[in-house]
Design a binder for this molecule. Structure first.
Ligand code: PLP
Length: 371
């Protein structure tokens, strides 16, 4: 038998979460963001479950080609665009849309032979990651408009703080800059990530770009996924593979920094940082064992971690463990480990077997595609 750790991927939850995004922005088209191997959930089955989306967005060219080869016909957007004339040729061949965020790309596009390319011209409104500065925008727009290879220009930006305080100044400032610029260009517009979709309807416009919410995770600290009617897609499960009785003063794990202050019963779970569990999760991080909330104790190691079973009932060898997902939101683990849900999901290790749940059927999948 293989190690008992598995990631269940609930395809119906994906479809449900997509419908929630639609309810928030009924007039917009949806560019489902499936970068980083669909936030760690696996590319192809995720795309199939989201096939009602109007388009897909990612950064990885191979992922886009993989979906085209699998028969997906929707618009597909490369969020960082292309990096060489060779890649541009692949965009043409596979009919992929691209973000354009610097002059070098505009120059490469001017040598483009084919026609019908869709570009998303990105304005840097304050995130200071990718995009043209507002004052560079008119020139960039002009060059793209006069290029016969380009059939449509969508103007886009990305928010830095849509998940922050509701009335935050950075968000308001970014939106104001975007509105000023886009007023003169009545083209399709695209602004909103998950947080903005849920919170700021004025950002919806033509294309929304939900990522995190599709995976059933809340982008906010003060609202849970359940509050937002989202359902978790990934549930990371494992089993108890050893049980020990500790005496007062015994220690647990590397460096022995956890010391029992009384007699304790502990369980060892087949899950460690090489599986994608956060190494900095401290003692006290919640873990479900046989549906009872327990706490992680000590430093976890590469392949295993320890839980306190002293207060639990009916826990024995092979008892089921939930690390996150159904019954234990990944948001809670992220908060305990001082990181964000995005990181936990997308760094799930490829050695964890995925079990895809589709119409109550389960099937095993080694990852069909790896970013
Ligand atoms: C990742 C990404 C998104 C999706 O963001 P979420 O917060 O996961 O909804 C949208 N737009 C761009 C440009 C991105 O890079």
């Amino acid at each position: 038998m293989s190690r008992p750790i598995q990631a269940y991927i609930d395809l119906a939850a994906l479809t449900h979460n997509l419908s929630i995004a639609r309810q928030h922005a009924p007039k917009a088209r949806i560019m489902a963001v499936i970068k980083a191997n669909a936030y760690g959930h696996g590319l192809l089955h995720t795309a199939h479950a989201l096939s009602d989306a109007d388009g897909f967005a990612f950064l990885e060219l191979e992922a886009a080609i993989c979906l085209r080869d699998a028969g997906f016909r929707q618009p597909m957007l490369l969020l960082e665009g292309f990096f060489s004339p060779q890649e541009l040729a692949l965009l043409e061949k596979y009919k992929l849309s691209t973000v354009v965020h610097h002059d070098e790309q505009i120059t490469m596009l001017s040598n483009c032979k084919h026609h019908g390319l869709n570009v998303f011209l990105k304005i840097n409104t304050g995130m200071n990651r990718l995009g043209f500065a507002p004052e560079q925008f008119p020139a960039a727009f002009e060059k793209l408009s006069s290029n016969p290879a380009i059939s449509q220009i969508t103007v886009m930006t990305h928010f830095a703080t849509a998940d922050g305080a509701i009335d935050n100044e950075v968000f308001k400032h970014q939106l104001q800059i975007f509105n000023q610029i886009s007023r003169y260009h009545p083209k399709p517009l695209s602004l909103a990530n998950s947080a903005a979709i849920i919170r700021y309807p004025q950002t919806h416009r033509d294309w929304i770009r939900p990522g995190l919410m599709l995976y059933g995770v809340s982008p906010f600290t003060e609202q849970t996924a359940t509050d937002l009617k989202l359902k978790p897609v990934m549930t990371l499960v494992s089993k108890i593979i050893a049980i020990h009785q500790l005496k007062k003063g015994d220690t647990v794990g590397y460096s022995g920094n956890f010391k029992a202050d009384k007699p304790m019963r502990i369980g060892i779970v087949a899950c460690g940082y090489a599986d994608g569990y956060p190494r900095h999760a401290p003692t006290g991080t919640p873990i479900l064992v046989n549906n009872q909330r327990c706490r992680l104790i000590g430093k976890l190691s590469m392949d295993m971690l320890a839980v306190d079973l002293t207060e639990t009932n009916h826990v024995h060898l092979n008892s089921p463990v939930t690390l996150w997902g159904e019954g234990l939101p990944v948001e809670e683990i992220a908060q305990a480990a001082n990181t964000i849900s995005y990181e936990l999901l997308c760094t799930l290790s490829t050695r964890v077997e995925m079990v895809i749940i589709k119409n109550d059927l389960q099937y095993q999948s080694t990852r069909v595609y790896q970013a």
